[in-house]
Design a protein around this ligand. Sequence first.
Ligand code: EPU
Length: 335
Amino acid sequence: MVLRVAQQVDLSAYTGFGVSSRAAHFADITGEEELLQALAYGKQHHLPVFVLGGGTNVLFVRDFPGLILYMNWQGIDWLDEAGLVRTACGENWHSFVINCMTKGFHGLENLALIPGTVGAAPIQNIGAYGVELEQFLVEVRAVDTRTGRVALFDHAACEFAYRDSLFKQGAGRHLIVTHVTLQLSAHWQPNLSYQALRDALSSETPTAEQVFETVCQIRRSKLPDPAITGNAGSFFKNPVISSEKFAALQVDFANIPCFPTDDQDLVKVPAAWLLEQAGWKGRQHGRAAVSAKHALVLVNPGEATGEDIFLLAQEMSSSILQRFGIALQPEVQII
Ligand code: EPU
């Protein structure tokens, strides 16, 4: 297969924010051979390389002078009857969730409607409604951009944490995820650990379809649809602070919510609450805005540039630093 590289491609249709940004070079990757050829092309022309999946967690602030590898690699291998499944990186996450549920392989129902591709899921360790991807992850197959070599990473090697993994850190950034192997379950066992999900369900023993539908309903009611209003979900991570700092904040903000973490000296505070208190929810800021549905979601109402969104995010985080002494970290990858 001969690789074709397009020039000066507008990325607005390839990202959740839908902001205009041009990529100097753009390659549509549907398999191993093309990926290796594209890496060679990047080397030959001394280009910075950026790996793009569904573009649902990335903000291009300006034009990109390098090579975009658009990971359009499809394919699902159902490996056994017990729910072991290996999926190519370009599969759409939500369609994959439906596919698994329909086949009778369970676990991913709480992660319904998360935008993006399967390949991006372990990088971010996607999570929602009490479930994180890492709970099912057996192995990630990746290609090293520097050597073109393929490597396999088991669960421990992936170094998963909250919205974080090996693939976001240091040398791990040179790895391109090509396949993800998950162990799902042939037996349905609902995970109802998330209060908002429990509250929304009418039964204490819901079916997989009921949990799936309820998660979809909650997400649709709380989060704007990127196909209609450009956005990238939560823009910032929920900050983790010391219990001591939290107690000090409670003196001034008596009803500040928090969630426990694995470490009893640390608590997680919803960034959306901090932002709503600071008056950001639904606020228009030039051509960019904060969603009226959710204070953690920045949106492109139509005409915003990447820079407009970036500047708004900076103002939001500096106002939270001033008011609460908490530094918000972006969850979205800013290029
Ligand atoms: N809240 C507000 N104002 C708002 C929205 C929420 O004050 O406008 C407060 C409420 O107290 C609410 C709390 O924030 O109880 C938490 O809100 P929500 O349940 O919407 O969850 P979140 O912490 O804002 C996280 C993930 C989401 C995930 C949901 C559900 C992060 C950064 N975000 O959001 O993931 O869907 O939990 O599990 O961890 C994403 O990563 O892009 C994403 C959407």
